[in-house]
Design a protein around this ligand. Structure first.
Ligand SMILES: Cc1ncc(C[n+]2csc(CCOP(=O)(O)OP(=O)(O)O)c2C)c(N)n1
Ligand SMILES: [Mg+2]
Length: 584
């Protein structure tokens, strides 16, 4: 029997990535990684994308993963890996599956470092520095030095990534990429981080642990069922991004149809379901909300994470022991109802059990009249552009082919709730980790989704961190549209410090640390693209100019656009009004 294989460590990895749907690898070369990039270019179907720096490559892999299911980035050790860390921290916290490949010292060099004290470039020592740095932000870390063990290690890391939906690192010694190894065997499949309900029910008669989980799932479902059936409670669903990450939208839609109960989204869960879904009332994001909810409402939160930015300025979810008996929080495999906790209850098992309860009876009538949302307002063409007129204009322009990628700034909070997004998972924001500058590279990553034209919304301060990826967009023939909110300040920081400069008629100065150097965005685009005709840019000062630019963006559908939305530095989205009050 022949034992010949056609794989080496590098092709094994690229084949596995291809099987999992990776068509693009974000990267910056380095001598510890170059052999791998050569293999990607010459022996795989993966398109290598050359980024301007490793942080951007990491954000791009994150945006790619949010839009396509899995992302990958390859960097060199130390100088590259330490730069990509911020992006991987965000992916870990927000449950985005990203594979980071780090090229490191060969075994021989490592032994020289240990035995002869030789210090190699990009290294802090001979040891395990990457593992130490990444251990808090990965669910698997594999260090490959033996090609015969590489298949097992690669398969383990990738399986963890697609199962836990969180980042992993595969560190490969520089002399390993081209060494022969066994060919891939079988297909990698995710293993869910919980046991499916049907299986638990089969095990339950003889397995007390399974029985305890079934009891918890059934107890939680029964309590929620009772609340949903009681029209005096006026229940409302509040959905979060966990519903989208776990792909449970269809189950939730079935529940909506069975119950007739309306729903709101969280900021993180915005557009998990298309926002024209019957029963959608709008976004609830704390003090910015158009939809008002209180602690006393019968809120059934499904997959909502209790984060400070998700419920900005309000505490809707009371601590255990003080809760509203009709408030439900089902998230991270625990269900909390009033003062009772039901552990080990995954969202999927809960939804399935609830649907079983509802299947026996007829669908309930719609319980709430649906709210009319954001009535359209007309604006004069010569009116100066503001956050509010921008969002009103963009909302009317978006189609399901657009994916909105929003950075952290005044516009994310409140402003984005004025956008109606009818594409499922059509709104991406890094709204927990909240690292400014994420959106431009993440928009690059999302641009490789077939049939999608991403619209990036970014403040001028955030833009300055990572804007070089505009040039990568041009190099890759993307048609991304980037709107920069050019207000010349770190407005959010000023709001949080002291909102006085934003009060009506105020002439109070901004804190010096929050004032930005102005940029010429039209010239910048010319420089970044080397005057490529497919790189377009414009200034927008009025509502009329905005409408004109939107028309041009549609006409030049293959071009990358950078549009400067020139705002008064004291402007803010109307939803910030509750925040703009004298400092106590
Ligand atoms: C990497 C990083 N550095 C600093 C911050 C703190 N920060 C949060 S918002 C913000 C200002 C953003 O300014 P800009 O992009 O101009 O948006 P605006 O506030 O003007 O809407 C800063 C500095 C952060 N979140 N991330
Ligand atoms: Mg700004």
């Amino acid at each position: 029997m022949s034992t010949a294989t056609t794989s080496c460590v590098g092709t094994y990895l690229t084949r596995r990535l291809e099987e999992l749907g990776i068509g693009h690898l974000f990267s910056v070369p380095g001598d510890y990684t170059s052999d791998l990039l050569e293999i990607v270019d010459n022996q795989s179907h993966i398109q290598r994308i050359g980024n301007c720096n490793e942080l951007n490559a990491g954000y791009a892999a994150d945006g790619y993963a949010r839009a396509n299911g899995l992302g990958a980035v390859a960097v060199t050790t130390g100088v590259g890996s330490f730069s990509v860390l911020n992006a991987i921290g965000g992916a870990y916290v927000e449950m985005v599956p990203v594979v980071t490949i780090i090229g490191t010292l060969s075994n021989v060099k490592r032994l020289n470092a240990i035995n002869a004290g030789e210090l190699f470039h990009h290294n802090t020592g001979p040891g395990d520095e990457n593992r130490l740095v990444f251990q808090g932000v990965t669910v698997a870390y594999e260090q490959i030095s033996d090609p015969l063990q590489a298949p097992r290690q690669i398969d383990h890391a990738l399986t963890m990534c697609i199962s836990q939906k969180r980042p992993v690192v595969i560190e490969i010694m520089e002399d390993c990429y081209k060494l022969p190894c066994p060919d891939p065997q079988g297909t990698l499949m995710p293993t869910p981080p919980f046991t499916p309900l049907e299986q638990l029910k089969t095990l339950a008669p003889t397995n007390p642990y399974a029985q305890a989980i079934v009891t918890a799932v059934q107890g939680a479902a029964q309590k929620i069922y009772t609340l949903l059936k009681d029209p005096t409670k006026k229940p409302v669903f509040w959905i979060g991004h966990e519903l989208g990450r776990a792909g449970l939208q269809d189950l939730f839609i079935e529940l909506l149809e069975k119950t007739g109960v309306p729903f709101v989204s969280s900021l993180l869960g915005k557009a998990v379901l298309p926002e024209n879904t019957p029963g959608y009332l709008g976004m609830y994001d704390g003090i910015f909300s158009q939809v008002k909810l209180t602690k006393n409402d019968c809120i059934i939160a499904l997959g909502v994470w209790n984060t400070d930015l998700n419920v900005f300025g309000e505490k809707l979810i009371a601590p255990l022991g003080t809760g509203n008996p009709a408030a439900v929080l089902a998230t991270r495999n625990v269900v909390k109802i009033g003062t009772t906790l039901f552990p080990q209850v995954s969202l999927e098992n809960l939804l399935n059990e609830l649907l079983t309860l509802f299947h026996s009876g007829p669908a309930m009538a719609t319980q709430h009249p649906l709210a009319a949302r954001h009535p359209a307002q007309s604006h004069e063409a010569d009116q100066p552009i503001t956050y509010d007129t921008f969002f009103a204009g963009l909302s009317g322009y978006l189609t399901p082919a657009n994916l909105v990628v929003a950075d952290i700034g005044l516009s994310t909070f409140g402003g984005s709730s004025f956008l109606t997004i009818n594409r499922p998972n059509g709104f991406l924001a890094q709204a927990i980790w909240a690292s400014i500058g994420w959106s431009v590279p993440a928009g690059l990553g999302a641009s490789f989704t077939p049939g999608v034209r991403p619209i990036v919304l970014v403040g001028d301060g955030a833009f300055k961190l990572t804007c070089q990826e505009l040039s990568t967009m041009v190099a890759c023939g993307c048609n991304t549209v980037v709107f920069v909110f050019n207000n010349g300040v770190y407005a959010v920081e000023q709001m949080l410090l002291d909102s006085k400069p934003f009060q009506k008629g105020s002439t109070a100065p901004f804190e010096a640390a929050n004032v930005l150097q102005h940029w010429d965005y039209v010239s910048l685009m010319k420089g970044f693209s080397n005057n490529d005709p497919q790189a377009m840019s414009a200034n927008v000062n009025t509502v009329g100019e905005f409408q004109t630019v939107l028309t041009q963006i549609s006409e030049h559908s293959g071009a990358v656009w950078l549009v400067s939305i020139n705002l008064n530095e004291r402007d803010f989205p109307a939803s910030w009004h509750p925040f703009v009050k004298p400092k106590a």
